[in-house]
Design a protein around this ligand. Sequence first.
Ligand code: HGY
Ligand code: MN
Ligand code: MN
Length: 402
Amino acid sequence: MSPDRFAALWRSLLPIGRAGRDGGYVRHSWAAADLECREWFAEEALDRNLTVDTDGNGNLFAWWGDPTAADAVVTGSHLDSVPHGGAYDGPLGVVSGLLAIDELRERGVTPRRPIGLVVFTEEEGARFGVACLGSRLLTGAMDPARARKLTDRDGVSLAEAMARADADPDRLGPDPARLGRIGAFVELHIEQGRALVDLDAPVGVASAIWPHGRWRMDFTGEANHAGTTRMTDRRDPMVTFAAAVLAANEEARRQDAHATVGRVEATPNATNAIASTVAAWLDARAADEATLESLVDAVRRRADERAAHDGTGFALTPESESPTVEFDTALRDRIAARLGQAPVLPTGAGHDAGVLAAHVPTAMLFVRNPTGVSHAPAEYASDADCALGVNALADTLEELAC
Ligand code: HGY
Ligand code: MN
Ligand code: MN
């Protein structure tokens, strides 16, 4: 696979869902850009004579070989983005899967197992709040009744969003027959850090995914006038919120973990009024589950203490949690060996592969990201490294399916 061939297919997807001046992407599941991405995928798959179908959860599949045969080797990723996210997180795995199939066909190989390419829906959880929603539903890790009621920031439920896109929300739920046909899953993804840059390697293999999760924080106080309310009489939830953010940052640094609060919603969100409530979301991650639990407990304790001091209320509600994922070591080592002892590295980023890993032998390939930036427009991988990633994925699929 040449960099130019990669770039040609890459450019056909690139404009879809790009948002304005910052060049970031807004591809939220079941919204217009996502539907356009789905059409793009189906066209590219049909151009390759792949059989295309959609499961009851909105996950798109394309098959080379008999989709009903067992033991398929499946690759793929997602096409949805965080708000104003980068171009590569997700789409690189999908484009690479299409091109890896082209590469295998040009090598003249005939797979002895079906090869599948999947696009999971709502991996980022950017619209409905639960990460890896499509793969969690497929594997039974998410209750479909709860999923139907998830709402976006405009109050639109997943069920309504699907219905507007002519998808039946009553079909949401585990699909053991489809899952049972997957014999192995390999996701290629841009690296969301600088490890491969520092190792001077274009492609790596994942060892593990850090445990992580997202918690909703609700701060409640007393709305009042900004100008006439004495400081001593205030019950200001914004102050408790600010203390909680600082506590999360301090505790993460102290425990060598990661804590982020990137989203906040104040009510009434007025310049000259003390807020009545503040909702915010904590994203917490750590190298092991004990540290993650200790981090979240410390944030909860310190926010409770501050709320008592401020006369406000505080509640912490888990929304989406992911345990440690150790990828299948035999598969990992077999792939690393096939790729000339490519470096093996963990990641702090969650992936659908992390969900599938609990059900089928699963692996991940990473492609070098010179900026190390992700979930932002600066996210980048060179065409040359992406072409090497396609070749590595083709080698992996050939190793497993041919
Ligand atoms: O948030 C994550 O770790 C992933 O990029 N969805
Ligand atoms: Mn992401
Ligand atoms: Mn991703």
